[in-house]
Design a protein around this ligand. Structure first.
Ligand code: FMN
Length: 215
């Protein structure tokens, strides 16, 4: 593709609209509506979201993680507690989650504070994971430099052997974070780049101000 062809890539949006009169009074209620739409649209990996964090080098950092639950308390994902993202969240729990459901011309942007979830909740989710993923949680020192792919494969095999003899349980370095939102913006693509943007901001615990932003 030439540079001119890349520059010409654009799409006009017209599928839906979003208006103050029709949105839910809470952002979780609104998220649930859009979540149901995403489910009905059979979006592949609709739970894939970008998690943005800040490191102690003050650089922004981002990667994809999978949403594993949400309610009024926040949005949950699971990971390795020794990973780069976890170290960055310990340094600065203020973070951002981003969904782009392009099939619906929608984006949801969640600013919030991340905290580790309770061990029992971690165990409950870990025990529902496929066995291979459970072994993987033991064998991968996520985000660390490793000597080779072969080393990773050997380590996986060793843990797989070990857990043929022992009961598989959650490694202490593996668990979830819940991101408690303080701001959630819902973006709906519209014709002529006049997109709808509705921002919920928490004013006092459980109370949300709703405002429209210019596209
Ligand atoms: C579709 C998709 C889903 C992913 N889901 C997760 C996840 O739920 N948890 C996780 O730790 N990493 C997940 N990853 C891998 C992360 O993007 C990332 O590579 C890894 O967590 C290491 O990130 P870090 O070094 O910033 O900690 C996923 C990647 C993709 C592409």
């Amino acid at each position: 593709m030439t540079a001119e062809e890349i520059a010409r890539l654009r799409k006009d949006y017209s599928l839906h609209s979003l208006n103050e009169e029709e949105v839910a009074s809470s952002p979780i209620g609104q998220f649930e509506r859009w979540w149901n739409d995403a489910e009905q649209s059979q979006i592949i990996e609709m739970n894939a979201m970008t998690l943005a964090t800040t490191g102690d080098d003050n650089f922004a950092d981002a990667r994809t993680v999978l949403l594993k639950g949400f309610d009024a308390r926040g949005f949950v994902f699971f990971t390795n507690y020794n990973s780069t993202k976890s170290r960055e969240l310990s340094f600065n729990p203020a973070c951002c989650l981003l969904f782009h459901w392009k099939e619906l011309e929608r984006q949801v942007r969640i600013k919030g504070i991340a905290g580790k979830i309770a061990p029992q909740e971690n165990d409950d989710y870990f025990n529902t994971r496929p066995e291979g993923s459970q072994v993987g949680a033991w064998s991968s020192p996520q985000s660390e430099v490793v000597e080779s792919k072969r080393w990773l494969e050997e380590t996986f095999k060793q843990y797989a052997e070990k857990f043929k003899k022992e009961k598989l349980h959650r490694p202490p370095h593996w668990g979830g974070f819940r991101v408690k939102p303080i701001k959630i913006e819902f973006w709906q693509g519209r014709p002529n780049r006049m997109h709808d943007r509705i921002l919920y901001s928490e004013t006092t615990p459980g109370n949300w101000k709703i405002e429209r932003l210019a596209p």
